[in-house]
Design a protein around this ligand. Structure first.
Ligand code: AMP
Length: 214
């Protein structure tokens, strides 16, 4: 089953993705994580990508398509991929449908984690990332690290993400409404949309998603 997990920044997408991948045995395409690793590498595009990400701008569709294509090709025999942070617009959605179709596959479900802008802004104020392995935590929710200050997975130091500064957050929310949200209409028309209330405890949301995917 190929699933797209959609939601604004701070909706808890990453946390739910991690749980779903484990529960359903899916492969996980995490667009933001791949881009962050390119941005901190010596790739010729690193500087340009880093700058766009820090401002909260979207990376051009064609570049993302190549990254997704590479992933889909390498996972041609996968029983299912969870797309997290991708697609972020109708053009990316259509490109994804096209790429999957070449392997006789399709997008089976679009899961939309809904939270208000006020809640998103509040939550992002508490978001931190491990400087070593990139794991994301939130100091304001039940997604905080076990000891409250270092990464529970690798012990690395936790730092705020550059794009979680107020200007970046506002721009990303604006882009979510303008560019990403139109995917919802498309998914609704296709009959594959599952809307989930994201302002509840992690476990409740997770059970709700699993139920809807049955
Ligand atoms: P995320 O970790 O999903 O919040 O993504 C972090 C940043 O990576 C975004 O603000 C964009 O700059 C970039 N990015 C991630 N996914 C995409 C995508 N599908 N299309 C364009 N830019 C993206």
């Amino acid at each position: 089953m190929n699933i797209i997990l959609l939601g604004p920044q701070g909706s808890g997408k990453g946390t739910q993705a991690e749980l779903l991948v484990e529960k359903l045995g899916l492969d996980w395409f995490e667009a933001g994580k791949i881009l962050r690793s390119i941005a901190s590498s010596n790739n010729e595009k690193a500087g340009e990508i880093k700058q766009m990400m820090e401002k909260g701008e979207l990376i051009p569709d064609e570049y993302i398509r190549l990254i997704a294509w590479d992933y889909i090709n390498h996972h041609a025999h996968s029983s299912g991929i969870l797309f997290d942070g991708y697609p972020r617009g109708v053009a990316q959605f259509e490109a994804l449908e096209d790429m999957l179709a070449r392997f006789g596959k399709k997008v089976d479900k679009v899961v939309y984690l809904h939270i208000s802008d006020t809640e998103a802004i509040k939550r992002l104020g508490g978001r931190v990332m491990c400087s070593k392995c990139g794991q994301i935590y939130n100091l304001l929710t039940d997604d905080r690290p076990a000891d409250g200050s270092t990464c529970s997975k690798c012990g690395g130091d936790l730092v705020a993400r550059e794009d979680d500064k107020p200007e970046g957050v506002a721009r990303r929310l604006q882009l979510f409404h303008e560019r990403t949200a139109p995917i919802l209409n498309k998914a609704r028309t296709l009959g594959i949309l599952e809307e989930i209330d994201g302002e509840r405890p992690i476990k409740v949301i997770f059970e709700n998603i699993v139920d809807r995917l049955k």
